[in-house]
Design a binder for this molecule. Structure first.
Ligand SMILES: [Zn+2]
Length: 190
């Protein structure tokens, strides 16, 4: 299973591909696939046509809710100091297991501030996994419960405070040398 991830809200129905209008009601289904929890956002018409008949087990999704689509605002260019949410996004994108405890603590902090809402709790291979929603953007955050012991908690909280204070330095990606190699010339046919 993918350790943790962020799944953004779709801008269009993933069944009929029609774009969502601002303030349109949509339906989110979570499918428990072998590799990960897969999100599917669909419109009202597709919900009624394909999924609403109550046979959840047969349709294969494990969780479901409704939301209201909000057209995303224009992207802001200003660089801000990391907030708990931007830091959590960076940690999940890094996908480095050493940050799983810090990610979990950040998610709990954000939940207390009502900046994230728990939508689902799933146990996979003996580990508890929380699916949080950011209510504004509709983004889903899949976060693993690291099952912290009380004596580990203080260290992790200190790490999180340090990350919030000083930020996370992400190593720059170096372009791979293979990317600028020329295509092989086609040999002349006799
Ligand atoms: Zn649709």
């Amino acid at each position: 299973m993918t350790e943790w991830n962020i799944q953004s809200r779709a801008r269009a129905c993933q069944a009929c591909e029609r774009s969502f209008a601002d303030k349109e009601h949509y339906h989110t289904l979570l499918f428990d696939e072998r590799a990960e929890l897969r999100r599917l956002d669909i419109c009202q018409a597709c919900w009624e046509k394909s999924y609403s008949d109550g046979a959840r087990d047969r349709k294969g999704f494990v969780s479901y809710w409704q939301g209201i689509f909000e057209a995303p605002p224009a992207r802001q260019e200003t660089i801000q100091k990391d907030t708990a949410e931007s830091l959590l996004r960076k940690l999940i994108e890094l996908n480095d297991p050493q940050y799983i405890p810090a990610g979990y603590i950040l998610a709990v902090m954000l939940e207390r501030k009502r900046a994230l809402k728990v939508k689902e709790q799933i146990v996979r291979e003996g580990r508890r996994i929380f699916v949080y929603e950011q209510p504004g953007t509709g983004d889903l955050f899949t976060v693993i419960d690291p099952d912290l012991q009380l004596n580990q908690l203080e260290d992790v909280q200190r790490d999180v405070a340090r990350l919030l204070e000083h930020g996370l330095t992400i190593p720059e990606e170096t372009p791979s040398p293979a990317a600028d190699s020329q295509p092989e010339p086609t040999p002349d046919q006799p």
